[in-house]
Design a protein around this ligand. Sequence first.
Ligand SMILES: Nc1ncnc2c1ncn2[C@@H]1O[C@H](COP(=O)(O)OP(=O)(O)OP(=O)(O)O)[C@@H](O)[C@H]1O
Ligand SMILES: C[C@@](O)(CCO)CC(=O)[O-]
Length: 335
Amino acid sequence: MPTACAPGKIILSGEHAVVYGAPALALAVDRHMRIHYRPDQLPRLSWHAQERTHVLGLDKLASLRRRLDSHFERYLRGELPITRILQKPAELAFYAVDMARVLSGLDIHPRGSLRIDSDIPIGAGMGSSAALIAALLKLFGHFDRLDELIRQVRHCERLQHGRGSIIDAAAVCSGGLVRVQGERVERLTLPASGLGAGYFWLFTGTPACSTGACVDQVRRNFAGAAIWDEFAATTAALEAALLAGDSLLESVRHNHRLLTRIGVVPAPLQRLAEQVEQRGGAAKVCGAGAVSGDQGGLMLLLLPEGMTPAQLPLQPDWHWGVLKEDPQGVRILED
Ligand SMILES: Nc1ncnc2c1ncn2[C@@H]1O[C@H](COP(=O)(O)OP(=O)(O)OP(=O)(O)O)[C@@H](O)[C@H]1O
Ligand SMILES: C[C@@](O)(CCO)CC(=O)[O-]
């Protein structure tokens, strides 16, 4: 039974700004989306995720894809909000399966059942949608080049993110540390010592608004603003420090202030960042953040030596882990 596995990602710097051409850095992390495929002869594809099963007749796959493409066109014309392109989460998976078939020039649809097994929180800034699509394209498509796979993951992901950037696709496909600017994707190498000690991710709950909705709201308020140059300078400083093995404290703090100014850091996360800074650390939202509600998805914490997030006043439903790189990117696992 073939299994595809794709890592999640965390954006170290430049989220939102990357949509306007500024550079951004993302790291593939050791949380994974695994999709197990069991072929059979029935004329349908079934999809098992989170104790729910969705079944689609093979004859419906192409019409679903065409319907979603036309929804996206309507979104671009301002006739449909981003949240209405996909009507059910499973549609994204069926779309990616059919795109894999079309892009690989195959006439025959894959038959069988797909089972998802993922420890990437959904809608939290850890790239679950990109990981899902990357795993499906890897399972059912044939891509000779990594850049082509990245481009196609992004193409499918537009149904979820609207006018988003290529950063999530780049990180989950290539693995390790990536730098993205516009359409350009570059793989960077961390120093031999890796990220170093003191880096954690903190999950503060699924935001009330999706990534696509946050991107659209920020676009409405800040599309032509000069603040993106400040983001670009911060990302450049963070990259230089990261590659030299220096402390990221100042650039993460500055990054947090910029994200707060564009309105994607909910109040409880601002309070936490303040407490972290008072104790000599730094914290920032990673990914889209949230433009409404108290949950902001994922945060990056950089804590002083010997300290862990357990020593912070966290809300009971928040959870955290040590930040660890996955150097590999999407792959097929041997049985
Ligand atoms: N474990 C899963 N089971 C089923 N569908 C999933 C799963 N993980 C992701 N998805 C799909 O991805 C969508 C979530 O995409 P969204 O872009 O909102 O979040 P994300 O990718 O986790 O966050 P971000 O893009 O900010 O990093 C879901 O609605 C669903 O279509
Ligand atoms: C918020 C954003 O910058 C990152 C989402 O993971 C959106 C994007 O780049 O598509």
